[in-house]
Design a protein around this ligand. Structure first.
Ligand code: 5AD
Ligand code: SF4
Length: 458
């Protein structure tokens, strides 16, 4: 790797999409800074403009193309453009046709080659290709079959208290609706030794909360070769929770098929593991789950929920759901609504089914009209809101420990987050104003459908 002599090289990076993308961006920023670039806040100040993109649903990728069209005028100023992430991988070289002023298209499986790609961008040379008169086009699109992860020591974490660690990249599940296996490539895990070393390093830097990330985090398979040294996901989770200084460990996103009881045992045994599980169900109907190729039944899903409900602590459960999958009948949708009642989620991310390139469900007939998807979404959200109103009310009077995340000056309230991942805002006497990143006890006094309000216990 080279350190540049030019201190003026600047970049602007905008991130769309999931936490995985947010964390990838932290690693991309760290890499660019190590290569001599300086991050700037506006496109006008930047030599290199990068978008880390998402293609999970239709609107996500449209946004990127609109943004690129907006910035076309900046080309005249000699700026370079790069598209990273899931839209980059999905659309590939087609991006150059749609936006000819783009010079770099790179999927997440190729990020570890970014330093070389930056050199190509800077020198204007494309590996192995004659470039006379041709626009500069650098690509990183051919690594989806790699066994390597994007491991870097140059991660530019933005929050000094809470940080992400990717433990597994890619996805091998191929749910019928999902673009991720095509954009992020095949599953590959980091060694538990490397994950634990990063966790210890973060603890040394003062981090107290770690979130383990993976598109399919609990499908983690330790590639470490040492006999007896391999850790299961639950063992790794517990080990991160036991790193001195680490007070909270979260993990996302779990797949029900790979969700073993040992994860709940670990949460029972290790106090630092947060009492929250995000377990996307997608649908409450076995017929739809089967068509979605989710590899579990409603009954198997509910069995996992029962394990959580039998845990020593009150585990908060959240989920993702899709309405209007092709062929979803009123009866199927009623099954989804009854699952909501049965589980009692604290939060559900709800989506209208959106057809995605390359996915198996593209070929399915019986598309649900958009108005009907919208109606079902509305019904689902209304029902879930009623459930949350009742669930959140139960916390009134209870004392919880929160991590202080900041202050809402306009309201004179501090922003806190509980181990269950609930927002618990609170007031505190001026004499004992808490510091961001510390942990304080708060008694909840008022409940809303999505948050709680309370008073700091002094
Ligand atoms: N259409 C709608 N929602 C989708 N999700 C993933 N793919 C699609 C799609 N094609 C939702 C799922 C997933 C969440 C991250 O996004 O609910 O869990
Ligand atoms: Fe979007 Fe999925 Fe890619 Fe994350 S992995 S950025 S959610 S498409």
């Amino acid at each position: 790797m080279t350190m540049s002599a030019d201190p003026q090289k600047t970049f602007y990076l905008e991130t769309f999409g999931c936490q995985m993308n947010v964390h990838d961006s932290e690693k991309v920023i760290g890499t660019l800074v190590h290569e001599g670039y300086r991050q700037v806040e506006t496109v006008e100040q930047a030599d290199l403009i990068l978008y880390n993109t998402c293609s999970i649903r239709d609107k996500a990728e449209q946004k990127v193309f609109h943004r690129l069209a907006d910035y076309k005028k900046l080309l005249a100023q000699g700026k370079k453009f790069g598209v990273l992430g899931c839209v980059a991988q999905q659309e590939g070289e087609k991006i150059f046709e749609r936006a000819p002023y783009v010079s770099l298209v790179c999927g997440s499986a190729s990020y570890r080659n970014l330093p070389q790609m930056l050199i190509q961008l800077e020198t204007g040379k494309q590996a192995g290709k004659p470039e006379a008169g041709k626009p500069l086009r650098v690509t990183g699109l051919d690594d989806r079959e790699t066994d390597e992860c994007f491991e870097t020591e140059f991660t530019a974490r933005t929050n000094p208290h809470r940080g992400y660690i990717t433990i597994i990249e890619g996805c091998d599940k191929f749910c019928a609706y999902c673009v991720v296996p095509f954009t992020r490539g095949k599953e590959r895990s980091r060694t538990s030794d490397s994950v634990l070393a990063e966790a210890r390093q973060m603890a040394d830097l003062g981090y107290t909360e770690i979130q383990l990330l993976g598109q399919n985090v609990n499908s983690y398979k330790d590639p470490a070769g040492k006999p007896g040294g391999k850790k299961t996901f639950a063992e790794l989770l517990a080990a991160v929770g036991e790193v001195p200084g680490i007070r909270r460990v979260r993990f996302t996103t779990s797949h029900p098929r790979d969700f073993g009881r040992d994860i709940i045992d670990a949460i029972d045994a290790v106090p630092a593991l947060c009492d929250h599980v995000h377990l996307p169900v997608q649908s409450g109907s076995n017929r739809v789950l089967n068509a979605m190729q989710r590899l579990y039944t409603r009954e198997q899903y509910l069995e996992r929920i029962a394990w959580m409900k039998a845990a020593k602590r009150d585990i908060s459960i959240t989920s993702d759901m899709i309405v209007g999958f092709p062929g979803e009948t009123e009866e199927d949708f009623a099954d989804t609504l009854s699952l909501l009642d049965k589980v009692g989620y604290d939060s559900v991310f709800t989506f209208k089914y959106s057809p995605r390139p390359n996915t198996p469900s593209l070929a399915l007939e019986d598309a649900i009209p958009d108005e009907e998807k919208a109606r079902r979404l509305e019904v689902l959200m209304t029902r879930q809101k009623e459930i949350q109103i009742i669930r959140y009310k139960k916390y009134i009077g209870a004392i919880s420990e929160v991590m202080v995340e900041g202050k809402n000056e306009a309201r004179g309230q501090w922003i806190g987050r509980t181990s269950q991942n609930k927002t618990l805002n609170f007031t505190a006497p001026n004499s004992s104003a808490p510091k961001v990143g510390t942990y304080v006890s708060v008694r909840a006094t008022v409940s809303f459908p999505n948050s709680l309000l309370g008073e700091m216990v002094v």
